[in-house]
Design a protein around this ligand. Structure first.
Ligand code: ADP
Length: 405
């Protein structure tokens, strides 16, 4: 079965093609046959397209002008033409899976995309303005380019639909509940994938485990997972809540917002932009939203960068503590995504804070770029895993499972 995955970001469309045997899913993520990316972040109106295949062929091209759909069509055209050709015709693709950030309260698992599903994704755009419209454009473009192929929506919120009301409902007026203002949680595809992979690495039944998964990328969130189900998470109604992130503030006193609106001439747009783009590591350090740059600046004696680091670690630890309380204990702490997978310093700082749980990180293993490995010492009472998140593969798996139902 050939499954094409599309992962739409605010300014990029990533895609990959997997071939999976009809009989069974492989136990580990296979390499995709083909990977493509359209990036719209450079000059306005210019699309940078990068394609590579499992056999090492690569194509790069910039296209100016034309529509985003034409850019996507160009990228998909490389599946059947030129150096990166991996299939003879697009009709060989059996399924197309899309990452859709927001599925609201109704979509608790992956679904085949119908007119109703498209309408729901569009209606939820005000809750995920950067992402849901981008996913919808991808879905429509595939309809135009591939015709009748079955498309599947895999929602980032779905995994969190099991969070109990006490953790999901905000203590505002009850009308909020009726208006759908509640914790949805995000990064669900990654948290779910990492929980399943953690069980595999530990050789344990997922249903017996209490896990905290730390997805630390540009956006950061934690999830408390018990018996394979999400029971609490740090992101909320929007991806702005919770941990300090690259350029997002995470949780702050809501009274600050009232203060800024009332006394500091802030418009809603300015508030949005400050909290999402000019806060977090970038806002405090004044250096960058990228943890690597912040770390470099600390080494050069930059005190604001050091403060940004300290706040990041403090908030990571206090939120791990909150997840611990929801779980009532811990079998494994899992680190994933850009920072979680690549920063031994952040992992060490977080782990040392929980030494009182007899959680002990093996400092040598922690430094050796672990991938899908347990980096706890043998006598640690809690396992510590570093897992390479594979969201695209998780989407392909869910498509395969839906097809086999
Ligand atoms: P996204 O959340 O956009 O999917 P990623 O999960 O790829 O992003 O994470 C990107 C972030 O990972 C970068 O902004 C950077 O801060 C961080 N990162 C990547 N490599 C390293 C590294 N070696 N050390 C520390 N941080 C890193």
């Amino acid at each position: 079965m050939k499954i094409l995955v599309l992962n739409a970001g605010s300014s990029s469309q990533k895609s990959c093609l997997y071939e999976i045997a009809d009989e069974a899913l492989p136990t580990q993520a296979p390499q995709p046959l083909w990977e493509g990316k359209v990036n719209w972040t450079q000059d306005h109106g210019v699309a940078e397209i990068e394609v590579k295949t499992a056999t090492g062929a690569e194509v790069e091209k910039s296209i100016s002008g034309e529509s985003p759909e034409a850019h996507l069509a160009y990228m998909l055209n490389t599946l059947t033409n030129g150096a990166t050709k991996v299939i003879n015709q697009l009709s060989e693709i059996d399924l197309v899976g899309h990452r859709v950030v927001h599925g609201g309260q109704d979509y608790r698992e992956s679904v085949v995309i119908t007119e109703d599903v498209k309408k729901a994704i569009a209606d939820l755009s005000n809750l995920a303005p950067e992402h849901n419209p981008a996913a919808l454009s991808g879905i429509k473009a595939i309809e135009n380019i591939l015709g009748e192929v079955t498309q599947v929506a895999v929602f980032d919120t779905a995994f969190h639909s099991t969070i109990p009301d006490a953790a999901a409902i905000y203590p505002g007026p009850y009308e909020w509940v009726e208006q759908g203002i509640r914790r949805y949680g995000f990064h669900g595809i990654s948290h779910q994938y990492c929980s399943a992979r953690a069980a595999q690495i530990l050789g344990k039944d997922l249903a017996s485990l209490r896990l905290i998964t730390c997805h630390l990328g540009n956006g950061c969130s934690l999830t408390a997972i018990k018996n394979g189900r999400s029971i609490d998470t740090t992101m909320g109604f929007t991806p702005l809540e919770g941990l300090m992130m690259g350029s997002r503030s995470g949780s702050i006193d809501p009274g600050i917002l009232i203060h800024l609106l009332r006394y500091c001439n802030y418009s809603v747009e300015k508030l949005d932009s400050v909290l999402n783009k000019a806060s977090g590591l970038r806002g405090i350090s004044g250096v960058s939203s990228d943890m690597r740059e912040v770390t470099k600046a600390i080494a050069q004696g930059n005190t604001r960068a050091k403060l940004a680091w300290d706040i990041y670690v403090h908030r990571l630890c206090s939120n791990i503590g909150a997840m611990l309380a929801s779980l009532g204990g811990l079998d494994a702490l899992v680190f994933t995504a850009g920072v979680g997978e690549n920063s031994p310093e952040i992992r060490q700082a977080a782990c040392e804070a929980f030494g009182f749980l007899r959680l002990k990180v093996d400092l040598k293993k922690n430094q050796q770029q672990p991938v899908d490995e347990d980096i706890a010492t043998p006598d640690s009472e809690v396992r510590i895993l570093v897992i390479h998140t594979q969201e695209d593969w998780a989407i392909a798996q869910q498509c395969w499972q839906l097809e086999k139902k």
